[in-house]
Design a protein around this ligand. Sequence first.
Ligand code: SAM
Length: 380
Amino acid sequence: GRGDFMGVPHPRSVRVNPLRAGRTVEAVVQLLRSETLPKEWKGVSKATHDACRQVTQDPLLPDVLLLPPGTDMHNHPHVIEGSLVLQSRASCMPAHALQPKPGWTCVDCCAAPGNKTTHVAALMQGKGRIIAFDKDPSRLRRLQATAQLAGAVDVIDARCQDVLSLDPASPEFAQVQGVILDPSCSGSGTVFTRMDHLLPSIQRRQQQQLQQHNQEQQHQENAETSGEGDSSEEGLSDNDRDMTEDDGQGKDSDTHEQHHSMEGLEEGLGPADLERVRHLANFQTRALRHALCFPALERLVYSTCSVHKEENEEVVRAVLEQAQAAGFDLVDPFPSWPFRGLPLFPGSEKLVRTDAFRDGTDGFFVAVFARVKKDKKEGS
Ligand code: SAM
């Protein structure tokens, strides 16, 4: 039931950036567990320092580290210098799902603020090229700053352009083997994790309500309840507005600006939300179709931080036949991951979903298209 949400701890995740860290992930874990930060480093609280001693490696994503819920790493020196990146566990899945090889040429279609772009650069060990598009100039500047911090400027070619306006058949894209498409979405999957900092007050409130409930059980004659039951929802929408500055946890202001409704998530979308989601899905489908047209494409990752099937399975379903005709098919990027796409069509079992309640991260969706039919010249 709803109460479960309150009990789900969301571990904080950080990604090790090998382009800056200069040591293995295991060595970073050891360092975090043992290092004593200089006293003059004011930005790191005792709580954060203690939390770092409990760091563990994510079982699925080898470069992702997990820290206790609520750990504030924003001012940690490794974050400041770019060797650790604040990024949610789920938003680290797409780059791994791409499995880019050093030396590949990749396109990131909707790239800003660049968390996935720099992750792909890291997985390519800084070798190769990523052409990163974003149509929003100010967000593109953030992408450039992200690339700078990550030590990936030499690999990333950032361009302010609408991805639908590029021509995949142009000679400059002839080598493109990998594509990341992480388009604007409703962001409905990040609602719960973005409330993390509200958890203490929500929990307090929940406890109060529980106590109140118990008292009411005992004193049934006093069953009168106050009308304050909506205040946490108000807190949520305030939070939505406050969070428009990205905190770098892989959630971007593009989604934060949107309105999120709790009812929509639980009981299906209301007419206004459905309209917005359909509008987004229309762009997502067009962008996906477009991105599948790069002639040398080997692997494409489509991802959203939405929980709505309209932006996820239905977008995949809309292009699948055309993709298959062009020699691609859905492949499973994380066979050990138990949670799959909604069973709306054959192949949906290859799709990956995460859930904020169940998996302690954002609600996310990942689909991978891979070339299965080889060129005539290679024979098949
Ligand atoms: N992949 C990014 C990351 O991990 O940091 C987050 C991308 S965000 C969900 C979507 C981005 O797509 C926004 O920055 C938005 O400006 C951009 N965008 C939306 N429509 C676009 C278009 N037609 N062409 C290029 N970029 C677009």
